[in-house]
Design a protein around this ligand. Structure first.
Ligand SMILES: [Zn+2]
Length: 416
């Protein structure tokens, strides 16, 4: 048995890394005759670890990243067999998946353990992504072995050579809330780890349509938005509102193309086939402060198109944690009071929040945004093109003016 394992672990050189050169090994903890300790009435730890690991294995493959597993089936591996696989894999990074357990039933949250020879950057990034996905954070830590100075306490950290290993404990099987969270969200948690690794190795990940961030720059022009709207037989009012979406996208930093897509879904391209009517200028199905049902009167009414679009952006501001623009509608404060307010990052996460449908966000991306992004614009009429550019320029100029005003106001407040 070779005990002389290299123990000095270097942080991966982030600048040079791309998926082609990086290899990941995923380790589903326990297996076979060893069920693990994180069991409850819903699962055995070894099975949940394997489910999460297989998900990640497929996702890394999809992303074009070289990936391997220590086990793909329910088999037992000794410490030596397991760590030998990791050491011999040629991987730079190992993710060891586990579920925690404690006598104290109130103990809950995610724990990520990194080697004492790393600074915990990778573990920290994974924790951040998990929290974004609604997991409860407990701690990121490393632990020295009490009887082996200079060695890691946990064998997956200690015996995996120069492979940078993090042990991810997704929560406590002994805790009711953690168990529910893991049952409901294990795919999202598994995905969060993939995201954290990609961020660490500087691998382009955001392009994945399932991980589209709400904050960012619009990927389409005003002309493209309007062409897309016309292709979908939108009303003139809806087509006209595109200008306002560009404007408030610039002011808030929220993607105008995403919110315009959402509005396409919510209003049926301005045709309003539900209880909200066109004259209400409500582009996103925003409700009043205390709705009693799902009638027209339960929805917010905005004075103008500009106010309505501003309301849409302001509402999203409460979700993603950005300051709203101008006076806000009542429902904004209701969102602000919720536990996840300001923490929503991805369009996908709007599901079950903006609307009860868990696929709401995914539908915005798949059924609307993707089609908007793929709309081709034919610039055969240069006069129209010129006029549109002029219009877009004017909208941007107005946005800049408003931003300046805002800044001046802030400066004034600061002086007082
Ligand atoms: Zn375990």
């Amino acid at each position: 048995m070779n005990i002389n394992i290299v123990t000095v672990k270097n942080n991966v050189d982030k600048v040079n890394l791309r998926g082609d050169f990086v290899k990941i090994i995923i380790d589903p903890g326990h297996g076979g005759k060893d069920p693990g300790g994180g069991n409850n009435e819903y699962w055995k730890e070894k099975d949940m670890n394997l489910k999460i690991s297989l998900y990640q294995y497929e996702r890394f493959k999809d992303l074009g990243i070289n990936v391997e597993m220590t086990r793909k089936r329910d088999i037992y591996l000794s410490q030596e067999e397991r760590t030998k696989k990791v050491r011999g894999s040629g991987a730079e990074i190992c993710i060891s998946n586990h579920i925690n357990s404690a006598y104290n039933k109130s103990a809950q949250g995610v724990e990520i353990i990194h080697s004492i020879y790393t600074d915990g950057t990778l573990a920290g990034l994974i924790m951040e992504e998990l929290k974004v996905m609604g997991a409860k954070g407990r701690r990121v830590f490393s632990k020295t072995h009490p009887n082996m100075p200079g060695k890691d306490y946990y064998y997956m950290n200690r015996l995996t050579g120069n492979v940078e290993t993090v042990i991810v404990e997704y929560g406590f099987a002994s805790n009711r809330e953690d168990s529910k969270r893991i049952l409901d969200n294990w795919q999202q948690y598994a995905e969060a780890v993939v995201a954290g690794v990609c961020e660490y190795i500087n691998y382009p990940y955001n392009k994945d349509i399932n991980y589209t961030k709400i904050i960012g720059k619009s990927e389409v022009t005003l002309r493209k938005m309007q062409d897309w709207a016309r292709n979908n037989k939108a009303t003139e009012k809806f087509i006209g509102a595109a200008e306002k979406y560009i404007k408030y996208g610039e002011i808030t930093g929220i993607r105008a193309d995403i919110l315009y897509s959402q509005s396409g879904k919510e209003t049926n391209f301005g045709r309003y086939t539900g209880v909200v009517t066109e004259d209400m200028n409500n582009f996103a199905g925003i409700k009043v402060k205390n709705p009693t049902g799902d009638q027209s009167k339960d929805h917010e009414r905005f004075l103008t198109v500009d106010d309505g679009v501003r309301g849409h952006f302001n509402h999203m501001c409460a979700y993603v944690g950005i300051e709203p623009v101008g006076k806000v509608h009542d429902r904004y404060f209701v969102v602000k009071s919720l536990s996840w307010a300001g923490k929503v990052k991805y369009v996908k996460q709007l599901g079950g929040k903006w609307a009860p449908d868990p696929r709401y966000g995914i539908s915005i991306i798949e059924d609307y945004l993707t089609k908007l992004l793929n709309t081709t614009v034919e610039y055969n009429d240069y006069k129209v093109l010129y006029e549109n550019c002029k219009k877009e320029n004017a909208v941007l100029k107005e946005s800049i003016r408003e931003l300046r005003n805002k800044l001046e106001k802030i400066a004034t407040i600061a002086e007082v």
